[in-house]
Design a protein around this ligand. Structure first.
Ligand code: KIV
Length: 272
């Protein structure tokens, strides 16, 4: 019975830290709706990220920038209802934390109150440190995000590998240490060399979750629709398709169209 209690226990930031200390890998994945989040939670994931990648995956935008606080709250509400075990993290969208510390706290409090999520995630290092400190002082668990930070795509000039050069790698290491000292409960590292990600992971006390950052971080995160093979045509080097559901969906819908066309659906058992 105690095993059952252990398995169904809600994930917390302190349990994530304990996993790092015990050398147990942490799993994180995105979800943007109740139905898929239920399956993801049932599978036993540690953390669900309601990522601002919803802007691309759900709304078909080329960038994460357009998504709003209201949209993030709406999506997160469904995920929170489904997550009995996983810790739910909501991305603070572009423009919701950069303006001022007060504005950031107001938006984060709104996100926490109205969606019921457990934590928020923000992109950036030293530049947004005062903002991160204010959020943490307000009692809001914060996950950092360094390396490729898609909200700054216009400044970065694209979605390429980050921190290849020494100066940027040094800054990233410094930023990670600052976020750790400020009290971030975790840091996401996106699309950076594996050796750098390993050094950062060893240098900080909080869990480090990688995406395109090698296998020596404390955990991994992927966009659910990408790893299920639903986002066809998007296959960066770091991405593994754990299923080909895109093909399955097309085949299923084609079979449905055929069955409608030849009137084999609905059959006698599928009508009243
Ligand atoms: O928005 C998102 O999905 C993310 C992950 C890529 C880490 O930030």
């Amino acid at each position: 019975m105690s095993v059952h209690i252990e398995q169904t226990q809600k994930m917390t930031t302190s349990r994530l830290r304990a996993k790092k200390q015990a050398g147990e890998p942490i799993s994180m994945i995105t979800s943007y709706d109740y139905t898929l989040a239920r399956l993801v939670d049932e599978a036993g994931i540690d953390m669900i990220l309601v990522g601002d990648s919803a802007s691309n995956v759900v709304s078909g935008n080329s960038f994460t920038l357009p998504i709003t606080v209201d949209a993030m709250i709406f999506l997160t509400q469904g995920v929170v209802k489904a997550a009995h075990h996983a810790l739910v993290v909501c991305d603070m969208p572009f423009g919701s934390y950069q303006i001022s510390e007060e504005d950031a706290v107001r938006n984060a409090v709104r996100i926490m109150k109205e969606s019921g999520c457990d934590a928020v995630k923000l992109e950036g290092g030293e530049e947004i440190l005062p903002i991160i400190r204010h959020l943490i002082q307000a009692g809001i668990p914060v996950c950092g995000h360094l390396g490729l930070t898609p909200q700054s795509v216009n400044q970065l000039g694209g979605y390429g590998l980050r921190a290849k050069e020494e100066a940027e790698a040094d800054k990233l290491m410094h930023d990670a240490q600052l976020l750790d000292e400020a009290g971030c409960y975790a840091i996401v590292l996106e699309k950076i060399p594996a050796a750098l990600a390993q050094r950062v992971t060893q240098a900080v006390s909080c869990p480090v979750i990688g995406i395109g950052a090698g296998n020596q971080t404390d955990g991994q995160v992927l966009v659910l629709h990408d790893m299920l093979g639903l986002t066809q045509g998007f296959k960066p080097k770091f991405l593994r398709h754990f299923a080909e559901l895109g093909n399955e969906v097309v085949s299923a819908v084609q079979a449905y169209i055929q069955a409608v066309s030849d009137r084999s659906f609905p059959n006698n058992n599928e009508q009243y």
